[in-house]
Design a protein around this ligand. Structure first.
Ligand code: NAD
Length: 266
């Protein structure tokens, strides 16, 4: 399979290059960065921290999609929208890890998924995808007597909050309780908030250091508390999951798939 990496000089982009180069059955078709980015023309192997790959980073996104069976996107939401359109035009499957997408960005992803296979997940790690299932089950079993709070911590450079994974966990517990997350969630608390309203799903966001991603779902009842926690100690788990998703797209019908489809958990 020919795999392209957009955003190849980013934190995840470099990890992804490392997870593709030298892997059986995979050929790195190229990597792109935004026009004018300092790493355009850099060797992709050097960006990954390995030996020279003999392929240079480019800013020609259309050429990358034309040369790829599948493209992996961990970039920024507005760019993801453009990438979705290019995937449909060039008949390349797409794996999307970018989070913080607006309704318009998401509509572009859905439109592309009518033409090609798209795997989209706020978190590509196996552990978090198992956690999504556990959180849904626990929410259904425990009911409204247990207050749900979702706490996440990420590195100081993260630009969206709550994290896409925290929101995915929110959707899982909302599904377990059979409620709509949009109507039940409390994203921020400050000042005189009054007592906690029964049935709400609270979020708390921490930012600092180099934390790759910590998430806890708490079910707080009277006299006891359950906490389900996942801690990523390396971004490589997301890169490995994304490459697994990229391999999985081979021969898949057009459609919007999740990591739970890829892992056979759906
Ligand atoms: P980053 O800022 O280090 O990297 C993003 C890269 O995209 C940058 O190098 C930027 O220059 C590049 N980019 C921007 N516009 C571009 C364009 N037009 N063409 C090509 N490249 C372009 O960020 P990061 O930490 O690597 O995270 C990227 C995204 O992935 C974020 O949304 C983050 O939340 C998400 N993420 C998802 C998972 C997951 O498992 N799904 C895991 C980690 C991070």
């Amino acid at each position: 399979m020919n795999i392209g990496i957009v955003g190849c000089a980013g934190r995840m982009g470099r990890m992804l290059l490392g997870a593709v180069i030298g892997q059986d059955g995979l050929t790195l078709s190229g990597g792109t960065e935004s026009p004018g980015h300092t790493n355009v023309e850099d060797d992709l192997g050097v960006l990954a921290g390995t030996a020279s790959a003999g392929v240079l980073a480019s800013d020609d996104t259309a050429a990358l999609f034309a040369a790829s069976d599948v493209v992996i996107d961990f970039t920024v939401p507005a760019t993801t929208q453009t990438h979705a359109a290019l995937a449909a035009v060039h008949n390349a499957a797409l794996v999307i890890g970018t989070t913080g997408l607006s309704a318009d960005d998401q509509a572009a992803v859905k439109a592309a998924a009518k033409k090609v296979a798209v795997v989209q997940a706020a978190n590509m790690s196996v552990g978090v995808n198992v956690l999504l299932g556990l959180a849904q089950q626990a929410a259904g079993l425990l009911g409204d007597d247990y207050d749900i709070e979702i706490v996440e911590m990420h590195h100081r450079h993260k630009i969206d909050a709550p994290s896409g994974t925290a929101l995915a966990l929110g959707n899982s517990v909302a599904a377990g309780r059979n409620v709509d997350l949009e109507k039940s969630s409390v994203r921020v608390r400050d000042g005189h908030t009054g007592a906690r309203e029964t049935g709400t799903i609270g979020f708390a966001t921490l930012r600092g250091g180099d934390v790759a991603g910590d998430h806890t779902v708490m079910f707080a009842g009277d006299g006891e508390r359950i906490e389900l926690t996942h801690k990523a100690s390396s971004r490589s788990v997301f890169a490995k999951g994304a490459v697994r998703a990229a391999r999985w797209t081979k021969g898949q019908a057009p459609g919007l798939y999740s990591m739970r489809n890829v892992l056979g958990l759906a």
